[in-house]
Design a binder for this molecule. Structure first.
Ligand SMILES: Nc1ncnc2c1ncn2[C@@H]1O[C@H](COP(=O)(O)OP(=O)(O)OP(=O)(O)O)[C@@H](O)[C@H]1O
Length: 289
């Protein structure tokens, strides 16, 4: 594989147009998008429905040909088969044969990647454990829930130990507990040095897991940067205090005002709804599903 200095993903001025039925005009789904993902980085692409996230990913994977621009994976042009050698992909709506079990499905994909015998069997065991499907490994996928299918999709994407994982809505249809498991899995992969390129509508999750975020609207990249750059409000300072009484708070307000500032908010910090749900689910033993 390429040296560390080569970007895992490099997209330069990508344009993708689809034919539109309206006056035979072309519809521009991706409009001069550029992005770079360093090796080992977790990059989140966010944007509303139809903004061009999936199309960008498909162009990177060589599944659609760019109208213009360039996509490279570890320095190799995406349109070349070699570019896909170290890449795993979870599509937005993964399709699996319903009559196959999780084990059989992973065997099928492993074989497609040229894996065989003991090496493949051991990889399947490890992945099934990683995505917590031990109890369901011999059940047909036709009886799986959406969240379970998504986990099979993730395991499929990781079968040949890819160095780049492209995840299109990895938590679509997955409940908060399952989402958290997927989030933990991404952290684990990051620790192993795997590069992750994901898109999601769950902004809180993107915020938790991504180093860098790109925001795409109508096919155009409107903002891009490290998470701390994007989320910090430069004109505000946050102070977190435990056990502060009213009198002390009044003094703090006075000091702030003397310094020319203004205390904008005070009170107990809120936890997110997702955290509350997870806590309750844990209390009820939901994780032992
Ligand atoms: N094969 C295609 N032919 C014609 N138009 C397409 C095709 N694929 C996507 N589009 C259009 O391109 C635009 C971008 O689609 P894309 O699937 O990339 O968006 P997205 O950001 O992934 O959306 P979502 O969040 O809903 O998955 C949409 O307007 C879509 O209708």
């Amino acid at each position: 594989m390429a040296g560390k200095e080569v970007a895992a993903v490099e997209i330069v001025d990508l344009v993708k147009e689809y034919p539109s039925s309206f006056r035979r005009k072309m519809y521009r789904a991706v409009d001069e998008v550029s992005l770079r993902i360093e090796q080992g980085e977790v990059y989140g692409l966010i944007g509303p429905n139809g903004s061009g996230k999936s199309t960008t990913m498909k162009a990177l994977l060589g599944l659609v040909a760019p109208t213009s621009g360039l996509c490279k994976v570890f320095g190799c042009d995406s349109m070349k088969v070699d570019a896909r050698q170290h890449v795993g992909f979870l599509p937005e709506n993964p399709y699996f044969y319903k009559h196959q079990t999780a084990e059989e499905t992973l065997k099928f994909y492993g074989r497609l990647c040229g894996m065989r015998g003991k090496q493949l069997a051991m990889r399947i065991d490890a992945l099934i454990e990683l995505v917590s499907l031990q109890d369901a490994r011999k059940r047909r996928l036709g009886g799986y829930s959406k969240g379970m299918l998504q986990r099979v999709g993730l395991a499929q994407a990781m079968i040949q130990e890819p160095q780049l994982l492209v995840l299109d809505e990895p938590t679509a249809g997955v409940d908060p507990v399952g989402s958290r498991q997927i989030r933990n899995l991404i952290f684990q992969l990051k620790e192993q040095g795997v590069t992750v390129f994901l898109c999601s509508h769950l902004l809180e999750q993107v915020q938790e897991v991504c180093d860098t975020v790109g925001i795409i609207f109508n096919g155009k990249m409107v903002q891009q940067g490290s998470l701390s750059e994007l989320t910090s409000v430069d004109s505000h300072t946050e102070i977190l205090v435990e056990d502060m009484d009213e009198a002390t708070l009044a003094k703090v307000r006075e000091v702030i005002e003397q310094g020319g500032g203004e205390l904008l908010a005070s009170g107990a910090p809120r936890r997110s709804l997702e955290n509350l749900f997870i806590e309750i689910a844990n209390q009820c033993g939901e994780e032992a599903r």
